[in-house]
Design a protein around this ligand. Structure first.
Ligand code: GLN
Length: 280
């Protein structure tokens, strides 16, 4: 596209970008490139961009025009009040996943040194947030994608937390005798041929982190089936799932011998997390 080629000010760059993408997206991307705040952009519209900043801005606006998610363009997304690195190897953290964190914290607030397992950690947001919020926990985080584990490890380093990362297909490479007080997971749970997978941000996210069989329950079924082998007596399993999965997940947990089974609604009023306790 034809962009101005001489020296460009913040205001001119934003005006140009607004012809192609949403004004808010334009501001967010320019803030990222200039390493500044939206307040600064608004206060100093006449400030010039360097040639490099202008070039990079044009490039990422072009990528935004194709629909690439803002989080992948800036390489970051906020979750539970902290900023995490993301890239196209990991799911972009969603606000509804904060419900799982709130529930896990509420259940484990008074438990010192809990051993916690995060299955399908992706960017590591669950593992790292729990590492920071629980009382001296011991955290293990598993993913089947090495590229995802690299992102999660960078996030653990960013927050100075100690997480044991394991490249594994769910529990496969855990030691037989390894047991946890808490297992959490935000696994793939979208129905394989759900048209949403070909729309919006989801087009750019890893399919392996999103889709899970004809009913969206493949991963959830596998996780529940083997959870009891890796839970302490009285340990808890907390699972995020799809909008219509609560009854099915409750039944899978009941059939596997869990008790204290319950589901909770996210801010949109959708039953989004279901948990069960492995019997004492
Ligand atoms: N909640 C996500 C979505 O529907 C899916 C996340 C997942 O599969 N874990 O966009």
């Amino acid at each position: 596209m034809n962009a101005p080629s001489t020296e460009i000010s913040i205001g001119e760059a934003l005006a140009w970008a607004r012809k192609h993408i949403a004004p808010r997206d334009a501001r967010l991307l320019l803030c990222h490139i200039c390493r500044t705040s939206t307040a600064h952009l608004a206060a100093w519209p006449e400030e010039p961009l360097s040639a490099a900043q202008w070039k990079v801005f044009q490039h990422i606006v072009d990528r935004r025009i194709t629909g690439e998610p803002i989080a992948y363009l800036t390489g970051e997304r906020e979750f539970y009040g902290r900023t995490f690195f993301v890239n196209a190897s990991v799911l972009i953290p969603r606000p509804e996943t904060e419900l799982l964190i709130e529930l896990a914290i509420a259940h484990f607030a008074a438990v010192p040194h809990p051993r916690v397992l995060d299955l399908g950690t992706g960017s590591g947001v669950l593992a790292i947030t729990l590492a920071l919020e629980l009382d001296h926990p011991e955290i293990t985080a598993i993913d089947a994608s090495r590229d995802a584990l690299a992102v999660a490890a960078a996030n653990a380093l960013r927050y100075g937390v100690d997480v044991s990362f394991l490249w594994s297909d769910w529990y496969a490479l855990l030691k037989h005798e390894e047991r946890f007080h808490l297992i959490v997971s935000n696994p793939p749970y979208v129905i394989e041929d759900d048209p949403h997978l070909t729309q919006g941000d989801l087009r750019f996210e890893p399919l392996t982190a999103l889709a899970s069989g004809q009913d969206g329950l493949h991963a959830l079924t596998a996780i529940i089936a083997d959870a009891s082998r890796h839970l302490e007596n009285g340990g808890w399993l907390f699972l995020e799932h799809g909008y219509n999965h609560a009854a099915a997940v409750q039944k899978l947990l009941a059939d596997a011998g869990f008790d204290h089974i319950a589901s909770w609604k996210d801010l949109a009023g959708i039953e989004r997390v279901t948990a069960g306790r492995w019997k004492e």
